[in-house]
Ligand binder design. Structure first.
Ligand SMILES: CCCCCCCCCCCCCCCC(=O)SCCNC(=O)CCNC(=O)[C@H](O)C(C)(C)COP(=O)(O)OP(=O)(O)OC[C@H]1O[C@@H](n2cnc3c(N)ncnc32)[C@H](O)[C@@H]1OP(=O)(O)O
Length: 142
């Protein structure tokens, strides 16, 4: 699959049944320090790539938990790769891990693990109804 992505994910493909690979490049406008990515970009791109593993299996899911270890500063505008794999599945939960590496040597820059929960296509419609209820009853909070 190819396309443009504001996070800089340039290409994604499945490698076998449970692993996906992503060609990534941190855009300059995601800089958080001199020539290095903002940590929010690193977390976001790992969320995006790991969350695409169920989608590549045609399963809609949302992130329930995400943990990120920032191992080294991530250079902007350099070829990077994310490898994401399914650790296990339990009920509607997908436990997924991933790593962000610097090409061509595959030096580890960050790693992540998280839980994605499978949803039905009405997930976002239910959210819109919930939001409308919030707007109708300000101060209720549930
Ligand atoms: C169809 C084909 C597609 C084709 C092509 C489509 C193209 C179109 C692509 C669009 C793709 C969009 C992808 C958007 C991806 C985001 O937007 S992710 C955004 C960030 N994440 C979110 O917004 C999630 C917000 N949180 C939630 O919505 C809810 O808390 C959750 C996570 C759905 C859970 O809701 P809930 O009411 O607690 O759900 P519930 O039914 O009680 O529990 C479900 C399961 O989750 C588990 N669980 C709940 N919370 C947690 C937690 N924090 N930790 C661990 N487990 C948990 C429960 O134990 C339960 O497990 P099972 O017993 O079923 O195994």
């Amino acid at each position: 699959m190819r396309g443009t992505c504001r996070l800089g994910v340039e290409r994604e493909r499945l490698e076998g049944e449970d692993t996906a690979l992503f060609d990534v490049r941190c855009p300059r406008d995601q800089e958080g320090g001199p020539d290095v990515a903002h940590g929010g970009w690193t977390a976001a791109v790992l969320d995006e790539c790991l969350g695409h593993v169920p989608l590549l299996h045609r399963v809609l899911s949302v992130t329930a938990e995400l943990s990120v270890s920032f191992v080294k500063p991530v250079p902007v505008e350099r070829p990077l790769e994310v490898r994401a794999w399914v650790e296990r599945r339990a009920g509607s939960r997908w436990y997924i891990r991933g790593e962000l590496v610097l090409l061509p040597n595959r030096a580890l820059l960050a790693k992540a693990s998280g839980i994605w929960v499978q949803r039905d296509p009405a997930h976002f419609d239910r959210h819109q109804r919930w939001l409308a209820e919030q707007d109708a009853e300000p101060g209720r909070g549930d």
